[in-house]
Design a protein around this ligand. Structure first.
Ligand SMILES: CC(C)(COP(=O)(O)OP(=O)(O)OC[C@H]1O[C@@H](n2cnc3c(N)ncnc32)[C@H](O)[C@@H]1OP(=O)(O)O)[C@@H](O)C(=O)NCCC(=O)NCCS
Length: 171
């Protein structure tokens, strides 16, 4: 991967759905099986138009205008009982391509779309566990701060670390 001309960002669709599933399933050390099943359900429901007020974007290889390989995927879904609060969902960049700016491009594109929808706050859920150190460094590099921790959230011994970012300042 060398340079922005070799990739493009597109809304997740029926053609890219299998590549998105394959991308997240290629990183089993970051996700429990139930996360992977949840991600697949989200991707599918989004593509079928059944997930309301959500954005799912893919970053694609740009070699072939119609069928580029999926290199990364990220979604955001509005919490329907809030005023403009979104949660990031099912974020993955293929292993060999990490650290090359794809994650930043995806999150900036998602945030840009969320701003057009009037989003106030966006949250990213992760864990303080050592295996997610790089994920936390990523969120901090793109302007998120840790807003809360909840012990034993994902399962006993695996806490939730909630990162957040304001997209719209209070009036
Ligand atoms: C988290 C993830 C999506 C980031 O994607 P990425 O393409 O590797 O990130 P980028 O290359 O765009 O990095 C963006 C910034 O984060 C920082 N960053 C990324 N990895 C880092 C690391 N290991 N240590 C320190 N900083 C890091 C970079 O320095 C970069 O900052 P810069 O643009 O100012 O140089 C990717 O690593 C991934 O798929 N991880 C596994 C799955 C996962 O953790 N998903 C999220 C579940 S909550």
């Amino acid at each position: 991967m060398s340079g922005a001309e070799t990739m493009r960002i597109e809304t997740l669709n029926r053609d890219t759905l299998p590549g998105a599933v394959e991308t997240i399933r290629s990183l089993p050390e970051f996700f429990y099986e139930r996360d992977l099943e949840h991600a697949e359900r989200n991707y599918k429901e989004f593509v079928e138009g059944r997930l309301k007020d959500a954005v799912f974007l893919t970053v694609l290889e740009n070699r072939d205008q119609t069928r580029g390989q999926v290199l990364g995927v990220l979604g955001a879904i509005r919490r329907c009982d809030t005023d403009g609060v979104y949660f990031l969902a099912s974020f993955a960049v293929r292993r060999g391509l990490r650290g090359q700016g794809l994650g930043r491009q995806l999150i900036e594109a998602v945030e840009s779309e969320l701003k057009t929808r009037g989003a106030r706050l966006v949250f990213a859920e992760t864990t303080p566990s050592p295996y997610c150190a790089e994920t936390r460094a990523f969120y901090e590099a793109v302007g998120y701060t840790c807003m809360a921790q909840v012990t034993d959230f994902w399962q006993d011994g695996d806490p939730l670390m909630l990162y957040g970012k304001r997209l719209k300042q209070p009036q």
